[in-house]
Design a binder for this molecule. Structure first.
Ligand code: NAD
Ligand code: GLY
Length: 362
């Protein structure tokens, strides 16, 4: 079993990583006999894991209720989130309750935001079930929902009390979702750790085959890298922005094509290549490194271009609403080498358009 601590003073919490954590007992969850809790999940996860988890929680004498939301990025909004509040009120949950998010980033982000706002804040536990949520979304306390005009536009920084990562969950994950998670994994290598990037080049086949030892190392390394960043800059005033490599482009794609049509990780993959092209045009990034990135993303079965029906100019209005915009200036995360990235402002929009066009026509 791997354990990492996120050190944030009185809001510190553990991340526990192991195979089979959801199998035998609820003892890994920070809940005791007599505690109230509300489990939040979706239809897909309910069919796979809900019954088992409820049985374990009942055995541990936890008073557990649950709410099942519809499955999909298109349901990550305030009106669906309201179903969590309705369930909590119907079952008379008070401030002492704990929410449990059982699912991917969509369930985790919505449950976290519900926990941040229900009766002005209750505890919540992350039980991430996708690779993307195990390496990224469940860690660091970004919670929230989409608005039809922009991704993740409404939310709060609100840390969970514990993150429980059962790597066995990945065995039921569709291959397209596994690939989407790999986009965030590869992102860590590009922005923070060239050795890890090289390790990914060497171990990608084992990752795709879900080799348990390789998977555990991969998830652990990503969590370690993210934790270090979050501990330094919890609310994204500076270096946490680096974790958004490719995301300015990605959020434009996701909003433009309609939530759920491109998976978040797929849009991030295309966005990473757009960021690499932008950096190359500025003379800051070597084309051999762009090629290494493209090759790795392709091997992970990820797209390396944006949607064919989205022209470069179409990205701009979405980019101007990006949360990284400061006083009308878009801030971009640009790779400078494999393992090193920087936040840049004042980049000429024509360069960004040129980067997208060059990529789309390549
Ligand atoms: P998701 O939550 O939509 O899950 C992907 C799909 O896989 C869903 O259909 C889900 O039901 C299914 N699924 C989940 N676990 C499964 C399992 N073990 N077996 C079978 N099916 C399973 O998508 P995601 O990629 O996990 O998360 C994407 C979301 O996370 C986006 O909304 C993104 O904005 C957000 N995100 C948040 C952060 C953060 O820091 N809070 C970071 C990255 C991404
Ligand atoms: N996924 C980016 C962040 O958590 O900051």
């Amino acid at each position: 079993m791997e354990k990492i601590t996120v050190s944030l003073g009185y809001r510190s919490y553990p991340i526990t990583i192991s195979a089979g954590l959801l199998k035998y007992s609820a003892s890994f969850l920070p809940l005791k006999s007599g505690d109230n809790a509300m489990l939040v999940t979706n239809q897909t996860l309910a069919a796979l894991y809900l019954h088992k988890l409820l049985t374990l929680l009942n055995k541990a004498d936890v008073k557990i209720d649950y709410v099942i939301l519809p499955d999909g990025e298109q349901y990550k909004n305030l009106s669906v989130m309201n179903q969590i509040f309705t369930a909590l009120l119907q079952k008379s949950h008070g401030r002492e309750t704990t929410l449990i998010a059982l699912g991917g980033g969509v369930i985790g982000d919505m449950t976290g935001f519900a926990a941040a706002s229900y009766q002005r804040g209750v505890r919540f536990i992350q039980v991430p079930t996708t690779l993307l949520s195990q390496v990224d979304a469940s860690v660091g306390g970004k919670t929230g929902v989409n608005h039809e005009m922009g991704k993740n536009m409404i939310g709060a920084f609100y840390q969970p009390v514990s993150v429980i990562i059962d790597t066995d969950c990945l065995s039921t994950l569709p291959p397209r979702e596994l690939a989407a998670g790999l986009a965030e994994v590869i992102k860590y290598g590009i922005i923070l750790d060239s050795e890890f990037f090289q390790w990914l080049e060497e171990h990608l086949d084992a990752i795709l085959a879900l080799d348990s030892k390789v998977m555990r190392f991969c998830i652990r390394r990503c969590c370690e890298l993210k934790v270090k960043v979050v501990e330094h800059d919890e609310c994204e005033s500076n270096i946490r922005t680096l974790l958004n490599l490719g995301h300015t482009f990605a959020h434009a794609i996701e909003t433009h094509v309609g939530y759920g049509n491109w998976l978040h990780g797929e849009a991030v993959a295309a966005g990473i290549v757009m960021a690499a092209y932008t950096s190359e045009i500025l003379g800051e990034f070597m084309s051999v490194d762009t090629i290494r990135i493209i090759n790795l993303l392709k091997r992970a079965h990820l797209p390396v271009r944006g949607p064919t029906n989205m022209n470069a100019e179409a990205y701009l209005p979405y980019m101007m609403r990006d949360k990284k915009v400061v006083k009308g200036n878009i801030r971009f995360v640009l790779p400078l080498a494999i393992g090193r990235a920087e936040i840049r402002t004042g980049i000429d929009q024509n360069i960004v358009i040129k980067a997208i066009n060059t990529l789309q026509n390549s």
